[in-house]
Design a protein around this ligand. Structure first.
Ligand code: PEP
Length: 252
């Protein structure tokens, strides 16, 4: 059985003060969640958010991690630095990193492998652009991202995959339930092909892209969707509604 996993991605939002206030506000609202819950936060906020989330069921993750133990990599963060604060997850290969900072599938692979070796769960993002979807190359693009990005990973069940169609991220245009399910089922079948069928059954695959309190139930009802990577809606109380997708709504 796969335990659902809802993670927020704060991107370059929040301060120590506003972030801690949000965690304090949300903690009682998500305490009975039937899913795993995390916030991936800017590196500088990790110590304060770890402190704010102490004693709650909210785990803290990073938005990226470097593959080297240490060295001349200005602006990067190592696994050891994250482990010092008990960080459990690290997003790897987010489309914004690929688009604005030139990250490649090869780098994604190095980051994911380093995280795994350190005992940090990588949340590996894959997804197609609108042009790629319209050209009918969604599956080819994702296959390539997976074959390179997940190469030589020994235990794929320790990886979380986030399917994030680039055209749905931060746009308010969510994939339909059917589009999300179809592509995530494809990702699962690729895990079966690249790794093993049994592994495929056990890998957590999230959907990400304008997921919010209004559309989360339909997405989470799909058989292959095990959770969400939530950007904008993780900055507000809406996040609790998403985490509680399996319970009656509290705000209509
Ligand atoms: C994301 O940043 O991974 C994301 C899915 O953003 P949003 O929910 O804002 O589309």
């Amino acid at each position: 059985m796969r335990k659902p996993f809802i993670a927020g991605n704060w991107k370059m939002h929040m301060t120590a003060e506003t972030g801690a206030a949000l965690i304090k506000e949300l903690a009682p609202l998500v305490k009975d969640a039937n899913c795993d819950v995390a916030f991936c936060v800017p590196a500088i906020l990790i110590p304060a958010m770890t402190e704010a989330a102490k004693g709650t069921n909210i785990a803290i993750g990073a938005e990226n991690v470097h593959w080297e133990k240490e060295g001349a990599y200005t602006g990067e963060i190592s696994c050891d630095m994250l482990l010092e604060y008990g960080v459990k997850y690290a997003i790897v290969g987010h489309s914004e990193r690929r688009q604005y900072f030139g990250e490649t599938d090869l780098g994604v692979n190095k980051r994911a492998k380093a995280a795994l070796a350190a005992g940090i769960t990588p949340i590996v993002c894959v997804g197609e652009t609108l042009a790629e979807r319209l050209a009918g190359s969604t599956e080819a693009v994702i296959r390539e991202q997976m074959e390179v990005g997940l190469a030589e990973i020994e235990d794929i069940t320790k990886v979380v995959i986030a399917y994030e169609p680039v055209w749905a991220i931060g746009t308010g245009v969510v994939a339909t339930n059917e589009q999300a399910e179809e592509t995530i089922a494809f990702i699962r079948s690729e895990i079966g092909r690249i790794f093993c069928p049994k592994c495929a059954e056990n890998v957590i695959i999230q959907y990400g892209g304008s997921m919010n309190a209004a559309n989360c139930r339909g997405l989470m009802a799909q058989p292959d969707i095990d959770g969400g990577l939530i950007g904008g809606a993780s900055l507000t109380k809406d996040f609790a509604e998403i985490v509680n997708y399996d319970k009656p709504r509290t705000n209509g």
